[in-house]
Design a protein around this ligand. Structure first.
Ligand SMILES: NC(=O)c1ccc[n+]([C@@H]2O[C@H](COP(=O)([O-])OP(=O)(O)OC[C@H]3O[C@@H](n4cnc5c(N)ncnc54)[C@H](O)[C@@H]3O)[C@@H](O)[C@H]2O)c1
Ligand SMILES: [Zn+2]
Ligand SMILES: [Zn+2]
Length: 379
């Protein structure tokens, strides 16, 4: 089959690799209909996280079940399914408590949490390919209505829609709350969509990319352009001097100023300043324990020097981590089916697999208009 293969920083190609097979009784093989490129893929793509050359990318996958192992009895051949980016066993202590993002059995390295086509997430191949092997298929796969409807909405269920929602869950957004989100990438936009669905009274999204700020309005939120003014001042002013109840970090450790210079703590500092005393912050933007390419020596070792003193003085609650997709994907699917959620609005490009190298290049360079790429391996 054809797949997107990583060779080294800024070097991916589409190649023929071995077809995946049923390796264990609980496996399924999914024929991929949509596989998205994610902001998280850019970390290994840029060489900011080590990734084994020869690995196949892709953790945002959906498709149709092609084959199942003898131990699979819920999922059936022909089912249309979304594949959560967390690959989880379903029976360990963390899985049974709903934390599939920290499965204790799926990652042979011993690190909690596993996934497809991603560094340190186990030996599993990604789904930017024609087919994908899904272990523990009955547990991991979410069934979708058959047919082709809502493809671009449903394909957001594998990662970024639940992840944006998780940001608002960690920040405990509820009816009437005010919310500030840093980052108008796909994850930040999904957090804005989620905050509105949860009944927020005001939602602000901070970024400096004009095309992304434009999308903010599509989700009913207020864009805050940080390119030549202080976003914290703007948010404080727009909330009558009070600050917001809830904040969501949707940028991550490569936070930078409008000129492109990285300041790994600047987004956390902004959130801590903009959220009112005793408010709550959900951090879904990724921070790494090691980042040899970091802008500061401390950040190279995963130490991020944000304003913890002010956070403590204000009594802020800060939640972090990977999204346990299964906690939310069924409910978010049903919001899509009922036309209450439309996450597919962020898609800027639908391309064949062959165009993946160009898509990585353009998306990584933040070329105007490249907000979210969906690859369709079958064309
Ligand atoms: N926790 C999880 O489970 C999970 C899942 C998916 C993605 N992520 C992470 O979420 C983050 C966002 O993902 P994405 O796909 O939206 O990425 P992205 O790179 O497309 O978007 C990030 C956005 O942040 C903006 N930005 C950079 N510095 C900024 C600053 N100082 N102030 C305001 N905006 C700034 C950029 O202009 C960009 O639009 C990444 O770190 C990604 O790895 C986490
Ligand atoms: Zn992703
Ligand atoms: Zn588990």
């Amino acid at each position: 089959m054809k797949a997107v293969v990583y060779h080294g920083p800024f070097d991916v190609s589409v190649e023929t690799v071995e077809d995946p097979k049923i390796e264990a009784a609980n496996d399924a093989i999914v024929r991929i209909t949509s596989a998205n490129i994610c902001g998280s893929d850019l970390h290994p793509y840029e060489g900011r996280v080590e990734f084994e050359p020869g690995s196949v990318f892709g953790h945002e996958n959906m498709g149709v079940v092609e084959e199942v192992g003898p131990g699979v009895n819920r999922v059936q051949v022909g089912d249309r399914v979304s594949v959560p980016f967390n690959l989880a066993c379903g029976t360990c202590r963390n899985c049974t408590e709903g934390f599939t993002s920290a499965c204790l059995r799926a990652n042979p390295s011993g690190q909690p949490g596993a996934g497809y086509g991603y560094p340190m997430m186990g030996p599993y191949r990604g789904g930017q390919a024609e087919y994908l092997r899904v272990p523990w298929a009955d547990f991991n796969l979410l069934e979708l209505p058959k047919g082709g409807e809502h493809e671009l909405d449903f394909t957001m269920l594998s990662d970024i829609f639940p992840t944006g929602f998780h940001g608002t869950e960690l920040a405990q957004v509820s009816a009437g709350n005010t919310v500030a989100i840093w980052g108008a990438g796909p994850v930040g936009l999904m957090a804005a969509h989620s905050a509105a669905i949860r009944g927020a009274s005001q939602v602000f999204v901070v970024d400096f990319e004009p095309d992304r700020l434009k999308l903010v309005e599509r989700f009913g939120a207020t864009p805050v352009d940080a390119s030549n003014s202080d976003p914290v001042e703007a948010i404080i002013e727009l909330t009558d001097g009070f600050g917001v109840d809830c904040g969501v970090e949707a940028v991550g450790y490569q936070a930078h100023d409008p000129a492109g210079e990285e300041h790994p703590a600047m987004v956390m500092d902004g959130l801590i300043a903009a959220v009112r005393a005793t408010g709550r912050i959900g951090v879904v933007g990724v921070y790494e324990p090691q980042d040899p390419g970091a802008a500061t020596d401390a950040a190279k070792e995963g130490r991020y020097a944000f304003d913890f003193g002010t956070a403590f003085t204000k009594g802020l609650s800060i939640g972090t981590g990977q999204c346990p997709v299964k906690k939310y994907n069924r409910q978010l699917r049903d919001l899509i089916i009922r036309d209450i959620a439309t996450p597919g609005l962020i898609v800027s490009h639908e391309l064949g697999l062959d165009e993946a190298p160009r898509a990585y290049d353009q998306f990584d360079k933040r070329v105007d208009g490249w907000t979210k790429v969906v690859l369709h391996p079958a064309g």
